[in-house]
Design a protein around this ligand. Sequence first.
Ligand code: NAD
Ligand code: MG
Length: 385
Amino acid sequence: MKRLAILGATGSIGTQTLQVVDAFPGQFEVVILAGHSNWQLLLQQAEKYHPACIVVTEPTAYEKLKQENRDPGCAVLCGMQGVLSALDTYQIDMLVGAMSGAAGIEPTLKALEMGIDLALANKETLVAGGDLVRKAQQKSGAKILPVDSEHSAIFQCIEPGSKCLNKILLTASGGPFRTWDKEALYQVTPAQALKHPNWSMGQKITIDSATLMNKGLEVIEANWLFGVDYDNIQVLVHPQSIIHSMVEYGDGTVLAHLGKADMRIPIQYALTWPERAANPFPKLDFTKLAGLEFFDPDYDKFPALALAFQAGRTGKSAPAVLNGANEIAVAAFLKEQIGFMDIPALVGWVVEQHNPVEIESFAHLLEIDRWARNQAELFVKNHKK
Ligand code: NAD
Ligand code: MG
């Protein structure tokens, strides 16, 4: 049985990971479950999966769970410190990194340093801490299995050892505003941006998908995971989300990964790799597919994508600053403190003021992240809608 720690267990990826666990009885043992504020769901999950430990990372939610006086039948820990100490205490074979945002960086780095394999959904970790992640991984030899659907697709299309890879074709649905005029984007409301055409996901990534920042973060993620230069990563808008990404080889061959827009498929592949196992989830019916379309992205309408390419090419601390600023921008947009097009404006403004430096350590990364967030807060404070 593969012993799992699922961080972000109460979220979209976390709950779908547990559905994969359900689909393979006897193959996975859930040892650690961590969630932030939804302590009620975490408690239900503890009652169903009997982990050794649950961690509530948000302190007031932890207090509420304690006051409930319901025995979860396992240890209950609090905060990020609780996550780190659970990783020290309980033996696991794989960590599922499904927290949202930069909160995932510290436990991910720790797991890699301990030599624990990683099923990685939390792309912000690679974007902000790519260099630290790579060093920790190289030292311990732990594996990173991508969960992000595009990266899972690329991982499956890359022929090990091939010297003839030309480029990655990273597909994007284009989000809910693909066909809107630029002027209309200034009036977008959070409710409109939270309606993704093809995927049901957490709020942060749904807004990132609407601005195309998500695709930008994925470009940086692909650069770290596969070592492919930015010049050889092409974003391709594909509204049907059937092809999850492609790889082009020098002989003209293109390998594509197709499947339903169902995150349980890439989650499962990360959990069972190198095996491919039959599951009961719905399959593609080609006779019911409308035509597959492909377009270049509109960088003028979606400046976040260009900002991410630029930060990726700059390297050093630039992607960490882009990521930290974007997290504040998305939160401010959801609170209606700034408009939709202010998200890339804010991120661009913060990145412009930053002088990129090599990231020396996790503490250094935290400092840079904090600086980016403070600058972003300043933008929000001075902003008049
Ligand atoms: P979500 O908002 O549904 O869930 C996030 C999880 O993280 C929750 O369990 C929450 O309790 C936890 N969390 C939130 N803030 C936290 C904090 N400060 N400290 C600790 N835990 C915290 O998000 P999601 O859609 O499941 O996305 C999770 C990650 O997976 C993100 O990095 C996202 O980019 C990535 N991802 C998601 C999808 C998807 O389909 N949902 C696809 C690809 C990649
Ligand atoms: Mg993705």
